[in-house]
Ligand binder design. Structure first.
Ligand SMILES: [Zn+2]
Length: 161
């Protein structure tokens, strides 16, 4: 058996991972869309005759930096009372909102956040978050409490070596 250190790739938002053969340096792109979302080993047969295994790790808390304009409101408020926010950071576990208003928000408050599914898209996502931290007039960090689409396929895969 080969005793050299296995390469490990972290996978998040893309559907492919780019793997480099350490023997010849050749780079190949491998689809990982249909693989187990937790961890997976792949055996790569390189044209240079090198055969090697790589480990893939699917990140659950991969954070996507973003700057999406959305709105939020208290769970019990009607949508007309939504306030503007910027989704500054999103992950499979929650959101970081930048806000301007100084609001009476407390830890564990539930907020409904609406924002376009992608920048430029008209389709709107509504998620419920539970407030984890709040800096008045600045930022709200919250964890999703509606776990429904935590593992949408488009959320899965980006690779960094
Ligand atoms: Zn090779």
């Amino acid at each position: 058996m080969d005793t050299e250190k296995k390469q490990k790739y972290f996978v998040s938002r893309k559907k492919t991972v780019t793997i480099k053969c350490l023997a010849c340096g050749k780079v190949r792109t491998v689809p990982v869309e249909n693989l187990n979302k937790k961890s997976h080993s792949l055996t790569i047969n390189c044209p240079c005759t090198k055969t090697f295994e790589v480990d893939l790790e699917f990140r659950h808390d991969y954070r996507q930096k973003s700057h999406i304009v959305g709105s939020f409101r208290a769970y019990s408020s009607p949508k007309e009372r939504s306030r503007r926010c910027v989704i500054a950071d999103q992950s499979l576990g929650g959101l970081l909102l930048h806000v301007q208003d100084d609001l009476p928000i407390k830890h564990d408050d539930r907020l409904i956040v609406s924002y376009p599914s992608d920048s430029g898209s008209l389709r709107e996502i509504e998620r419920v978050i539970s407030v984890r931290h709040y800096t008045p007039g600045s930022r709200i960090g919250g964890a999703f409490v509606d776990a429904k689409d935590q593992f949408r396929s488009q959320d899965t895969l980006t690779a960094t070596a």
